[in-house]
Design a protein around this ligand. Sequence first.
Ligand SMILES: Cc1ncc(COP(=O)(O)O)c(C=O)c1O
Length: 447
Amino acid sequence: MKNDQCNNSLPLKKAMPKLIKTATEFKLSPTLAANELVAARRAKGEQVLQMGFGQSPFPVPPRLQKALGDAAHRKEYLPTVGLRELREAVSSYYKEKTSLDTDQYDVIIAPGSKLILYALQMAVKGDLILPVPNWVSYAPQAKMLHTGIINISAQLDNDGYHIDSEELRATILQARKEGKNPGKIILNYPNNPTGLTIPENELEVLAKVCVEEDILIISDEIYGLINFNNTYHTIAKYAPTHTAITTGLSKHLSLGGWRVGIGFIPKAIDGLQGLLSNIASETWACVSAPIQQAVTEAYKGHEDIENHIKDCTAIHNFMSQYVSEGLRQLGVSVPAPRGAFYNYPDFNFLRSALAQNGIKTSKELTDVILKDYGMVTLPGTAFGAAPEVLTLRISACDYDGTTVLKAYQDGETLNHDFVIKNAPHIEMALKAFRQFIQDIQQAASSN
Ligand SMILES: Cc1ncc(COP(=O)(O)O)c(C=O)c1O
């Protein structure tokens, strides 16, 4: 049948399916929205500085490109928990590289760790304890599942991201008194949005509280291999029976669009891996077969892949510290990041000048910075902060990863000149912040 034969159909009527009650709460995830905004503006020829979206920009290592080509003939459904060869490679890799005793865990592969986080939230009963600030998707996922959220604040400083263990215990006990049922906590380190990590000794005491109170720890370690002092800590070392780990290749191998997530599921929790496998079977079924085959190569310890990860991490470290120091020189308070590729500056020092310019919330701050300085940043509210807390998340990835990696591997030194030559948007972003701060202060003093 030709297309135009359909044209005499009835006039289109508006469809009125009933949407779930909470539908209006769900918006495009803020980080993806930032990406789409920049793409739209750049398509119109406008210059935009993309300090909002956290996407590691480095190229796909040649070995993985070749492996994907070689696996292109694979077309079968794979087991719901993932390709056996990949799961074994992942298990050996983490055993060798980290303090994780992988023998105590089953591995599951999913299309992104985001879905494993969602499936874990679905599988484990009870309210979710969520430290603030936290990554953008944990709370919306909990809301989709009608799970209650119990917030606890984290303290941020140059030593890291701190959650007071006694406050955690008090929060759990108080919640129980109020008839709530705290059942799980999500920890994320190195952390998005702050770039900070939870010190190892603090992981140990947090683990103790969670074990004593029988809380499942969902440990989001997606940035675990982008750790600037090259030490991978996992809370699972202290609570192997109570920790499920999520990770993947989206960050340290810049493969977000390949959609591969990895879960380490404690064997001690009877039935959890089976439940996740059932959820997978009724939803994503399995991750694409060629992709699973190809990423197996990423977990075999090949020297070229390991060097690639090391080089990318060194560049992330440099760019993150460069932005951090640049902001500090402007008077902004921001702890030095320890991993990932983010900074979480606090503009509280400018509060009264900002207020005189009508800016009282982090959202208003990001709006002005976008409108008048052409720079996308994300407001603290996207990460659970109260509206009047003047924090922003700044991602230090707006450069061409192929150019930058090549320059670094060719022996160029990571310094100011390197940024000017190879990553000019990073320098322009700092300039835009300088201009913004000057303008705000000037406008306030002339009021
Ligand atoms: C903290 C954190 N967790 C999880 C994810 C999800 O990653 P993916 O679904 O690509 O594995 C991201 C991605 O931005 C993240 O920043």
